[in-house]
Design a protein around this ligand. Structure first.
Ligand code: PAP
Length: 324
């Protein structure tokens, strides 16, 4: 009987989801993929179905920690740092989970993993407290899924020119296609109009920027570039935000350096699990580690493209004190 009720409930949920999706504004991106605009952001139908399941069924716990970002902004790195900060007293440096698993395995995405694999994933199997999750959805959509809980959210943003180039290389590597100029130009166009997967990027960033000002105890806003230039200060900020600040003794004994070394681009990139493994969705772990530098977009964008992006950023962020 229970099974029958849950099957009919499932059918009702599926129908509701399909009705909602078909009522949304739609458009196509540079590859001809149909995208739907939901709560201000563009998704393909598979991702959107997972988001709707997440919003409907996720049962948050106040201790949950969510790593959030626009794609290609430093998600993998921030996941690693978050795990390393929280787990620092539990593991020695040779049996650390980050040496054995990719950060995306340790901190699963709501919409790209858990709720994409199943509309009702079994989260009771996650034993660690706090539970760690991640997402690429903007704040307003995440907030709805988190109901009224007081989870902590750490967001990382990155210069959009580098994000675009990182995204483009990632796409080429996953699809094993040649990096032809054409595909960069069409992806660039989509990016600029905002009709791109998880776009518009400026609204994404502003959603978390505003939330971090409104709810400073729940939303921490970090920047990839600052993690690069002042890693100690940013790591300290992260640990304080997560309510596990470094003690003076830890600071003096080099605990922060250990974490930064463990999570460094070169260390993670060269681990066996990241050289050879794949995500459950089939993405090679190595594709999450390309160059890990600031300013690589200079080598790929023409001056005209750079200028156009600069102007968009200037216009869209005018009036906010958010600076790149
Ligand atoms: P995702 O959204 O698919 O999870 P994400 O991790 O946000 O990707 O972005 C990948 C970028 O972070 C890559 O940038 P690049 O293409 O410009 O090189 C990747 O190299 C970089 N990255 C991954 N790990 C680290 C790290 N430990 N330190 C610095 N940068 C990193």
């Amino acid at each position: 009987m229970d099974k029958e009720i849950s099957k009919s409930q499932q059918r009702e949920d599926d129908e509701e989801t399909m009705n909602l999706i078909s009522s949304l504004p739609s458009d196509v991106d540079f590859e001809g993929t149909k995208l739907f605009k939901y709560q201000g952001c563009w998704y393909n139908d598979k991702t959107l179905q997972a988001i709707l399941s997440f919003q409907r069924d996720f049962e948050p716990q106040d201790t949950d920690i969510i790593v959030a970002s626009f794609p290609k902004s430093g998600t993998t790195w921030l996941k690693a740092l978050t795990v390393a900060v929280l787990e620092r007293s539990k593991h020695s440096s040779d049996n650390h989970p980050l040496l054995l698993e990719n950060p995306h395995t340790l901190v699963p995405f709501f919409e790209l993993r858990l709720y994409m694999q199943s509309s009702k994933p079994d989260l009771t199997k996650i034993s660690s407290s706090p539970r760690l999750f991640s997402t690429h959805v903007p704040f307003q959509t995440l907030k709805e899924g988190l109901k009224n809980s007081s989870c902590k959210i750490v967001y990382v943003c990155r210069n959009m020119k580098d994000v675009l180039i990182s995204f483009w290389y990632f796409k080429c590597a996953n699809q094993e296609i040649e990096k032809e100029k054409n595909s960069l130009e069409s992806m660039f166009e989509s990016f600029c109009t905002g009709v791109s997967y998880y776009g518009p990027f400026w609204e994404h960033i502003l959603s978390y920027w505003t939330a971090s000002l409104q709810y400073p105890k729940n939303v921490l806003f970090l920047k990839y570039e600052e993690l690069k230039t002042e890693p100690h200060a940013q790591l300290k900020k992260l640990a304080e935000f997560l309510d596990c600040p470094f003690t003076l003794q830890e600071e003096e004994s080099g605990s922060m350096e250990e974490i930064l070394d463990l999570c460094s681009f070169s260390n993670l990139k060269n681990l066996e699990i990241n050289k050879t493994g794949r995500t459950p969705g089939g993405v090679a772990h190595k594709n999450f580690y390309r160059k890990g530098e600031v300013g690589d977009s200079k080598n790929n964008l023409t001056p005209v493209m750079e200028k156009r992006l600069d102007m968009i950023i200037q216009e869209k962020f005018r009036g906010s004190d958010m600076k790149f």
